[in-house]
Design a protein around this ligand. Structure first.
Ligand code: KG4
Ligand code: ZN
Length: 336
């Protein structure tokens, strides 16, 4: 069975085809980051307009990769969470193609797509597992009892980890998206030149708050000499603080639940230092770490098509209804 995946939750137009026998056949992405970088973040209206221009040409080019007699069997699209206008473009195209081609559509939760993304590397996740979902909009620790049965153990109270990276990047004049740029600059930073707080690690529980860290960074920066070395030192101290905080909370989640399998997914999981520190930590517990390969860390349609292949049986839908949920929580999903 072949599933066409459509991802339009934010500023990446992604189209992919996943075959349940052959695996991922094609995976294309049009990134809008250049358009939004001059504004220092995603402009929702521009994102939706660009999706509507790019989505059909991308689908056409992806369909050229498959045999016409062995067409796609279903369309999986991101139904939420995400930006309303962007989600509506993907959902409308999915509903229209579903009607025209007489095949079902499946609405996929973007965060579940991320959570399952390590399986695109044939890395079969064993459950129960814990998941640290770290993206531009989310920082969550989740107990995954099986595919579709998720309990949120910790959540971000304000800025998500990726959002904090993006805001600090803007502050240091590095542009958008910020995660990769901060990381690059941090390599030139000197260790322990500054020490930044590890927010909420001194209170019990698994919640996160990164907005104070962002303000702290901004204050340190305003008093610094603002030369290249001090910017790199600040980037290093900031990155170390975010990663340390994430690792401390993951370790706490392992101690609290006794579950030693850890998934780390979402855009921030592309961070090399985070992956290295997580591996070190999980080895102490003799547990397992599941992380997507770099191209599946940030937004992509392969993970949506893959999730669609798992949800096909129970959640296929032939209706013409265009349904999205911009605030769709992963905890509201049902198991497959
Ligand atoms: O999952 P994603 O592509 O989009 C959302 O669903 O939000 O995540 C994007 C986020 C951005 O905030 C970006 O700065 C961050 O992931 N990111 C990184 C890295 N690469 C992307 N953060 C830290 N280090 C990276 N290497
Ligand atoms: Zn994402």
């Amino acid at each position: 069975m072949k599933i066409l995946g459509i991802e339009t939750s934010c500023d990446e137009t992604g189209i992919a085809i996943y075959d349940t026998n052959l695996g991922l056949i094609v995976n294309k992405l049009y990134s809008q980051s250049r358009i939004h970088s001059k504004y220092g973040g995603v402009v929702p209206e521009l994102a939706a307009r660009k999706h509507s221009l790019k989505i059909i040409p991308l689908i056409s080019s992806v369909l050229k990769k498959i045999n016409k007699n062995n067409f796609v069997n279903a369309i999986a699209y991101t139904g939420g969470p995400g930006l309303v206008g962007s989600l509506l473009v993907g959902a409308t195209v999915a509903a229209s193609l579903s009607y025209a081609w007489k095949i079902p559509k499946i609405s996929i939760n973007h965060m579940e797509g991320h959570l399952l993304s390590p399986m695109l590397n044939s890395d079969l996740i064993k459950f129960p597992a814990l998941a640290l979902l770290v993206s531009g909009g989310h920082t969550q620790i989740i107990r995954c009892d099986k595919v579709g049965k998720y309990v949120i153990l910790g959540d971000s109270l304000d800025d998500a980890a990726g959002e904090a990276f993006d805001k600090v990047s803007k502050l240091l004049g590095l542009g958008y998206p910020g995660g990769r740029r901060i990381s690059e600059l941090a390599k030139k930073g000197r260790s322990k030149k500054f020490f930044f707080p590890r927010p909420m690690t001194n209170v019990p529980g698994l919640n996160f708050s990164f907005s104070g860290l962002k303000t702290f960074t901004s204050n340190i920066y305003s008093y610094s000499s603002k030369d290249n070395q001090s910017k790199a030192d600040i980037a290093r101290a900031f990155e170390d603080a975010v990663i340390d905080t994430l690792i401390i909370k993951c370790r706490r989640a392992i101690e609290m639940t006794g579950i030693k399998r850890l998934i780390i997914a979402g855009g921030v999981s592309a961070n090399i230092k985070l992956k290295k520190e997580a591996k070190k930590m999980i080895n102490i517990y003799q547990g397992s770490l599941y992380v997507p390969s770099k191209k599946f860390s940030t937004d992509n349609a392969a993970m949506i098509a893959y999730a669609g292949s798992l949800r096909y049986k129970k959640h296929k839908d032939f209706s013409l209804k265009i349904s999205i949920n911009p605030k769709w929580s992963i905890a509201d999903l049902v198991s497959i």
